[in-house]
Design a protein around this ligand. Sequence first.
Ligand code: HMG
Length: 389
Amino acid sequence: DPKTMQIGIDKLGFDTTPLYLDLNDLAKARDVDPNKYLIGIGQAKQAVIPPTQDIVTMGASAAEQILTETDREHLSTVIVATESGIDNSKAAAIYIKHLLKLNDYVRTIEMKEACYAGTAAIQFARGLISLHPDEKVLVITADIARYGLNTSGEVTQGGGAVAMMISANPHVLAIEDPSVSYSQDIMDFWRPLYATDALVDGKYSTNVYIDFFKATLERYQQKTNRKLEDFTALVFHLPFTKMGKKALEAVLQDRDDDTAARLRANLTHSQKLNREVGNLYTGSLYLSLISLLVNTDLTAGQRIGLFSYGSGAEGEFYAGILQPDYQKYVAGDTIKTLLHKRSKVTVAEYERLFNQQLGFTKADTKLDVAADSSKYVLVGIKDQQRIYK
Ligand code: HMG
């Protein structure tokens, strides 16, 4: 019965690049007090994107962490949610499907609404699975956040991909109804087709984010009669980790009871991984969920609330129930090792790589793939086609 069948996140994987920038170094280079970045913004490191990495390579690596033979047999659809597309026409999901050698009887599409599209993809997947309970849907959220050198958004850059298997009887999080979506035509952040870096009204965007969180949570509470007490944790889209604190405090309003203490403590756990990689746009909320799950020891049956936000703007609040042994289905050790093994680059090297990112060149190009230890790499451009290995 689709009304009682549990559907949700069955597994979670994550990938980012092998390089990072220490934000202490960036602060020094930009002549800013490091505490502005470390405390005021709440970021410690930022993923640096070599030209050999993009949403396809990171998306494929994240998906490979969680993909089993059984998944391959039951997979009906691959959805890539992104705002860092590599083509205005062809879906990144097709490239990823090819790299992962998935069978050809798979639907492959791309979805877009700023950082929100991953949540839209999950809801779309739930609908598909309620019609076809034996099937699985692979949702990949992959992005590269770029604002430009020497901009106020620079400290909130980053990049990476989260892969989620969505299925019936999920092992990690059974998604509940209702969810509350909310959208308005707002110019807080956008990227015209000719631009490689985002345009943003930074302060305004943080205010809209909080307004949308309050609007969706309030409506959710009216619909369900649930209170903050009913949640073990709230996880947020984290463009920078301070944003989660701002949003949580906007609804806690100086409360200092047990519930407030628990939500604050779990927020800290949910920020840890995001502090190390920066904004992943579509993947940030789900990296924050991973961060919560690998840094705590929660109990099956507990409820987690999720706030998804995408500029432009769209918000959604929904909740899920943790499943027994969920830890086994989150690639926690792999993720911690992956972050631990990254190499630090200097500010000069970061700037060089930033300017070298290959997006949109027409010229035939061969990249130095030997310098990149990732399993999947962009080899170059030939005849205006991206060549992956
Ligand atoms: P800014 O003007 O550089 O920073 O922009 P600021 O002057 O507002 O300072 C930031 C914080 O640091 C402040 O704290 C300062 O007090 C504090 P707050 O008042 O915010 O709590 N501070 C210090 N703290 C400790 N020691 C010090 C110190 N100095 C200052 N010495 C801004 C910051 C986030 C606006 C900028 O980086 C930006 O524009 N970023 C990009 C936009 C963004 O991330 N917006 C978030 C909401 S919109 C969203 O989430 C969607 C998005 O992901 C895109 C999508 O949907 O696709 C962005």
